[in-house]
Design a protein around this ligand. Structure first.
Ligand code: NAD
Length: 382
């Protein structure tokens, strides 16, 4: 139904299973929905944790078919290949193992399973928001990063290799049925990816909070996420075996996902997607490069919100007027980025072309950012 008269729809997965060894419950949940699971993962994560998922499924008598070729920033081909397996094997439940790349592949396979058309046709640029007519089949997302929050969101991000762009699908019909949040699975995350994924979650929380679409419910998720992530992120990064820190980060990234999916992302994400698509910079790193600068650019347009962020980061206090405090908010993020060793130098990472070809690609990246619609949600319009 279309919300009337300014009412809001708050989306959420039906079940969130959180805590040590939550992964052992995957079979019990799958058993509620079907008897043959398509398990979707990246090769790396399947090598590390695949057995834990398939054994727990098989223990409950669930047959498994596996697709383990997901690449980070999943492509149209990944989705079509996995969907082919879904059809050929007549599966009835989707289980994803991994971070945003596995989860988004699973959601997109679900879109194709229950809707006619190619995946490109469901992008917001063609179908608009809420452009997926039928809900996806039951999807159980076993999350392994902290993270994108994709296990709780109505978004799918797909890389179109032909055009070197990332496109978005947004519909409440793609929210997973079950999110399994087992912090033990995140212990194997390399330190660099703990940093990339952690800053991604902080960016979600901050962008949701300052978005022109924000309101009470996502604001509260965002506040909780910013506090939790700013406290626990450096601890989880410094000692990846610290299960308490990993648990808090898992909760923080979930709250950040719930914040942005019920509000929106904004300019940072609009610009980060072309950085990822063109320069193959990990998504979280692209966010880290942009976030403090976009905060500086935007603070003047929403001083109360940025002042609150500055106070949460302890770089301003109640004696600072909002306008003064707001200007300090990015300092907190800069400090956090330094704590987790996220360099702000673009050319230290990724496949950055020489200056001349870089300049050639900048106008396309700027246009792609604007076309994504996310910058429209920014408090200050670029
Ligand atoms: P990812 O899923 O791409 O994983 C990154 C790498 O880390 C992969 O090589 C993966 O195999 C490995 N990995 C993941 N978990 C691991 C673990 N526990 N131990 C060891 N290795 C592990 O990373 P991500 O940041 O979670 O997802 C990024 C993708 O999610 C991007 O495509 C981004 O655009 C998308 N995204 C989606 C949403 C959404 O709401 N749908 C939101 C933000 C980002």
């Amino acid at each position: 139904p279309t919300p009337a008269h300014g009412t809001r729809v708050v989306v959420s997965p039906s079940n969130v299973v959180l805590g040590r060894e939550a992964v052992t419950e995957v079979g019990e949940y799958a058993d509620l929905y079907g008897s043959k699971a398509l398990v979707i993962a990246t090769p790396q994560i399947f090598d590390i944790h695949g057995d834990r998922v398939t054994e727990n499924l098989q223990r409950k008598g669930i047959k498994t078919v596996t697709y383990t070729d997901v690449q980070p920033d999943p492509t149209v081909k990944n989705i079509e290949d996995a969907h082919r397996l879904w059809d050929e094997h007549d599966c009835d439940v989707i289980v994803t193992l991994g971070g945003g790349s596995s989860i988004d592949t699973g959601k997109a396979v679900g879109v194709l399973a229950n809707n006619a058309g190619s995946i490109r046709e469901f992008g917001v640029d063609r179908a608009g928001y809420e452009g997926v007519p039928n809900p996806i089949p039951p999807l159980i997302a076993v999350n392994t990063t902290a993270g994108t929050g994709s296990e709780a969101t109505r978004s799918i991000v797909v890389t179109d290799s032909e055009t070197s762009t990332k496109f978005l699908i947004v519909s409440k019909n793609v929210v997973p049925e079950v999110a399994i949040e087992d912090p033990v699975l995140t212990v194997s995350l390399p330190q660099s990816h703990t940093a990339f994924t952690g800053i991604d979650s902080l960016t979600h929380a901050i962008e949701a909070f300052v978005s022109v679409k924000s309101y009470g419910v996502p604001d509260d998720y965002a506040r909780a996420a910013i506090r939790r992530i700013s406290t626990w992120f450096p601890k989880a990064w410094a000692n990846g075996d610290d299960i308490e820190a990993r648990t808090e980060m898992m909760i923080g990234q979930l709250q950040a996902g719930q914040a942005f999916t019920n509000s929106s992302v904004a300019l940072v994400h609009g610009m980060a997607r072309p950085l990822g698509a063109q320069l193959h910079i990990p998504h979280g790193l692209a966010n880290a490069l942009l976030l403090p600068y976009v905060m500086d650019f935007s603070a003047m347009a929403a001083p109360e919100k940025y002042a609150e962020i500055a106070r949460m980061f302890d770089v301003a206090d109640d004696t600072d007027p909002d306008r003064t405090a707001a200007k300090k908010a990015s300092e907190g993020v800069f400090e956090l980025c330094a704590d987790v060793n996220l360099s702000s130098y673009l050319d230290e990472f990724g496949d950055v072309p020489d200056r001349e070809s870089y300049l050639e690609v900048v106008p396309k990246m700027a246009q792609d950012a604007i076309d994504s619609g996310s910058p429209d949600n920014n408090p200050r319009k670029p």
